[in-house]
Ligand binder design. Structure first.
Ligand code: SF4
Length: 378
């Protein structure tokens, strides 16, 4: 008799449970493909009804219900035909945001809250509340795929992926190996952390082993030591300024790595993978939109395998920052393009619906708190 398991928050928990039900890697693979691609478990000449071991077939409805409960739609806020913010309720009532982006893109969250505390971001206001398990990250893709096709996943929602690296890389492996998403279309975003650079570079030099064999046993050292990633994602680096001292103020809890070193490490990864680094820069009027910054960007990124993405700050109540004028934005982008840098201006998706990343969740939490206080008031 198999003991009842809690919801599998991590893919490794799910794999372990399947092994307990007599599954081999081929069975795990088929279940993960069906789940992550929102498709049938049947194959031509090999229906699931005979392919899966009997114990697993019996347990499958329970497993499916648990996977469904990992990420449920709490609210959808469309901006246009292609872009919508999704407020996603997790199994324990915590909420995160995912964003449907143009051309089959999806932005997912990796943590509830965030410890980096960027001064211009709502997600970091309350600090880190909890990590998301890898299955909860993939579940956001499944939820989105139930609404429309997803061919690109960016890990740029709530949370700093470097602070939850095992779960993020496990989710990336499943999406790249079973989820039918091209590896260069999986974009890991970070404020810059040596752990990320080291793990990604490790993935380039080691033979991948995404699925521990049954013989390796549960809880083997290799599993505990963070598996080497099988999939090489593209890298996005949130720079926001070229000035180390200003960066320490804007991103107060990011590792204090000099900008020159960040660019050098990101460039090494870009050259090794063949995917350009996507630099992210939230433009704030009078803070990091000056000519001196532009000169330094040109100096830093000329000749590099890089794309500069500028995201104008979203005005947020209670924050003392403003987005630069449309004229200034056009001039910034025009200047860098003229100087030979690949430069894009991106609006934070859904700005006109509910503001910056983290605001939907903050608003939903406030509403829950109001209901709780009302219920307690005699
Ligand atoms: S911008 Fe990203 S890293 Fe910074 S606080 Fe927000 S979620 Fe965290």
């Amino acid at each position: 008799m198999i003991p009842a398991s809690p919801s599998p928050l991590r893919i490794s928990d799910l794999r372990e449970r399947l092994r307990d039900l007599g599954c081999k890697p081929c069975h795990e693979d088929r279940l993960l493909r069906g789940w992550s691609q929102v498709s049938s478990y049947d194959r031509k000449g090999s229906p699931a009804a005979t392919f899966f071991p009997a114990a697993m077939r019996n347990e499958l409805p329970t497993i499916e219900a648990e996977l469904d409960g990992l990420a449920r739609l709490h609210g959808e806020y469309p901006a246009d035909d292609e872009v919508a913010r999704l407020l996603v309720a997790l199994h324990d009532g915590q909420m995160v945001e995912s964003v449907l982006l143009p051309r089959g893109g999806l932005c997912v969250s990796t943590q509830v809250g965030c410890a980096v505390g960027c001064v211009f971001c709502m997600s970091g206001r309350a600090g880190l509340l909890r990590q998301l398990g890898s299955a909860e990250i993939v579940a956001q893709v499944v939820l989105a795929r139930r609404r429309r096709a997803v061919s690109k996943v960016v890990f740029m929602g709530m949370g700093e992926p470097a602070h939850n690296l095992d779960n993020v890389l496990e989710a990336i492996d499943v999406l790249g190996m079973q989820g039918n998403i091209g590896h260069k279309n999986l974009v890991l975003s970070t404020v810059g952390d040596l752990r990320v650079f080291e793990r990604l570079m490790e993935g380039l030099t080691h033979k991948p082993s995404p699925q521990p064999s049954p013989a390796s046993g549960r809880g083997s050292n290799r599993e505990k030591q963070s598996p080497i990633p099988a999939v090489k994602p593209a890298l996005a680096l949130s720079l926001h300024t070229t000035d180390d001292a200003l960066r320490a103020k804007l991103l107060p809890h990011a590792p204090q790595i000099p900008v020159d070193e960040l660019v050098e490490r990101a460039e090494a990864y870009a050259r090794a993978t063949g995917y350009p680094v996507q630099y992210q820069w939230t433009l704030i009027e009078g803070v990091n939109d000056g000519d001196a910054e532009l000169e330094r960007i040109v100096e830093l990124l000329s000749g590099k395998y890089a794309i500069m993405n500028f995201i104008p700050f979203n005005d947020v109540d209670g924050l003392p920052y403003r987005r630069p004028s449309g004229e200034r934005l056009a001039r910034i982008v025009g200047t860098l393009k003229q100087r030979g840098l690949v430069t894009q201006l991106r609006d934070s998706a859904g700005q006109e619906i509910e503001g910056a990343c983290g605001q939907l969740r903050a608003r939903a939490e406030k509403a829950k708190e109001t209901v709780r206080i009302k219920a307690q008031t005699p």
